[in-house]
Design a protein around this ligand. Structure first.
Ligand SMILES: [Zn+2]
Length: 285
């Protein structure tokens, strides 16, 4: 049980994303996990973070037995791809954190040349055979790929990382000129999270405080504003920001149109998505 004794690493004394030392304690969740906030870029993060040994134990055996997909989730990924295709031609797509393979399956169906990355090698092998796509594991930051990518996807991945900055920079190198990066993630300033946090700070809500941070496996907590700062400071131009989509295939056309054109633009929901483009001639400082 070594991994439980060393559950946490060293306390961070500056922001991992922008290097600012102006970080401060912001909240504590019901498990006693401390959440800090960076005054400079606005990101919130667990501090201290889980240790590497704890995380590798946590993520081992994350997968299920056989690849199979639920129709509503496939539908959602198909919609996300249709948004990506507004900004870039179909070509090579890399799904970072390909998980159960929803994005890979939907991308292949739409005519993309898809490839994936995830931590569980055994699962990747199974999925790779089923979909006939390449899925790599290992240290993502050191992986080399045969091709550059027109699009890279991070669907509910960035909030799990100990250092999102290194991934954002690595993906910059993997993208073709004018390639796009799609991110979907929780919004820590969703209407519901802001409401609950306000009640908690007033001492009115005392149970399950900060449960919306999902500190069991999330280490960074973004808002559309703090994610935009991270991307713009690292060579990307933000093209669109919307709420995450929860449409189901059997929705009426009217409801679907309302969601896509009105409610998804309000950024109230618990998740959001952002599509950004790699700018040319950017050198990280
Ligand atoms: Zn910062």
């Amino acid at each position: 049980m070594e991994y439980l004794q060393n559950k946490f690493g060293k306390k961070l004394d500056k922001c991992i994303l922008c290097s600012s030392e102006k970080i401060y304690h912001y909240h504590t969740d019901f498990n006693g996990i401390d959440i800090f906030r960076c005054k400079n870029c606005g990101v919130q993060f667990m501090n201290p973070q889980y240790s590497d040994v704890y995380l590798s134990e946590y993520y081992s055996g994350y997968s299920v037995d056989e690849p199979q997909w639920e129709e509503p989730l496939l539908y959602c990924h198909d919609y996300y791809l249709s948004l990506i295709e507004k900004y870039v031609n179909k070509g090579n797509l890399l799904d970072v954190g390909s998980g159960k393979g929803y994005m890979l399956a939907a991308a292949k169906k739409r005519g993309w040349e898809a490839a994936g990355y995830d931590v569980d090698e055994k699962w990747n092998e199974k999925l790779s055979r089923k979909l006939d796509v390449e899925i790599k594991s290992g240290n993502f930051l050191e992986l080399e790929w045969k091709t550059e990518f027109n699009a890279v996807v991070m669907h509910h991945v960035i909030e799990h990382l100990k250092n999102p900055l290194l991934y954002i920079r690595k993906i910059y190198e993997l993208l073709k000129k004018d390639g796009v990066l799609f991110l979907a993630l929780p919004n820590i300033n969703s209407r519901s999270a802001v409401f609950k946090r306000t009640l908690e700070k007033m001492g009115i809500r005392k149970k399950n405080t900060g449960a919306y941070y999902d500190t069991g496996h999330h280490m960074f907590y973004f808002t559309p504003g703090s994610l935009r700062i991270l991307l713009e400071h690292n060579g990307y131009e933000v093209l669109t920001t919307k709420s995450g989509h929860a449409a189901r295939p059997n929705q009426t056309a009217l409801k679907r149109s309302f969601m896509r054109n009105i409610s998804d633009r309000l950024l109230w929901k618990s998740t959001f998505l952002m599509i950004c483009r790699k700018k040319e001639l950017f050198t990280a400082i």
